[in-house]
Write a protein that binds this ligand. Sequence first.
Ligand SMILES: C[S@@+](CC[C@H](N)C(=O)[O-])C[C@H]1O[C@@H](n2cnc3c(N)ncnc32)[C@H](O)[C@@H]1O
Length: 246
Amino acid sequence: MNAQRKHSSQRRKSDSDLLDKIEHFIENHIEDKIKKGLDDVEDFLKREFRELRDKARGKNGDEGPFSYIEQFLRDKKVASVAPSTKFLVNKVLKRMDLRSAQTVIEYGPAEGVITRPILERLPSDGRVVAIELNPGFVATLRQQLASEPRLTVVEGSVTEVDKIVAPLGVPPADVIVSGIPFSFLSPLERHHLLHKTVDLLRPGGRFIAYQVTTHLVPLMKYHFQDVDVDFEVRNLPPHFVFTGYK
Ligand SMILES: C[S@@+](CC[C@H](N)C(=O)[O-])C[C@H]1O[C@@H](n2cnc3c(N)ncnc32)[C@H](O)[C@@H]1O
């Protein structure tokens, strides 16, 4: 092994040891605190939100930055109180490697915080299929990105992704990116969803999931040849980023 390869393999090993340590620390010391903290944020918003929103509402009645929080309070499956931060978005985008991608499928786009930069980077003949359960987010996304012919927004559950994608006639996906909370799916649903995800990817394609916990890792390792784990602390809450290579 030459010196450069040896160095990069040692670096990967020390990165992976560090991520293992972070994972154990979060699981043993702060996962419950994060959950409790988020429950407190939710309680606070339930008490204070409507008043704050009404004061800040634009003259035309639009919710502005509050529309995401409104959906979060109405719909448990939205799962996070705010869209991903630019730090998490950048980390996810870097993992996607969109330079030569043609087809991207997104699970749980919400208002499109990741959909927009994907479209900015995708070639003019690329396609993005975004599957979102929340009807409010679907309406916002369709309205705000109405002039984007490369984007198809489908209202539905990603558990049906095979049936949703089949009639669209898109080529096998280069990248599938997911912000959905896997913890809301049963173990069997998670397994079926990863199975369908692998089927939809081209050989060498990648699946990127950003999640609060590491519980998905063993299942990802079962379904993908290789799995990378990354971590972004500058997000509410901090998130892991898992990349599975087919
Ligand atoms: C944590 S938010 C992430 C939103 C956005 N991608 C971001 O990074 O800020 C999860 C999103 O997944 C959606 N979602 C949850 N379960 C879903 C499912 N089974 N199928 C499709 N979308 C789902 C929620 O409605 C929500 O928009």
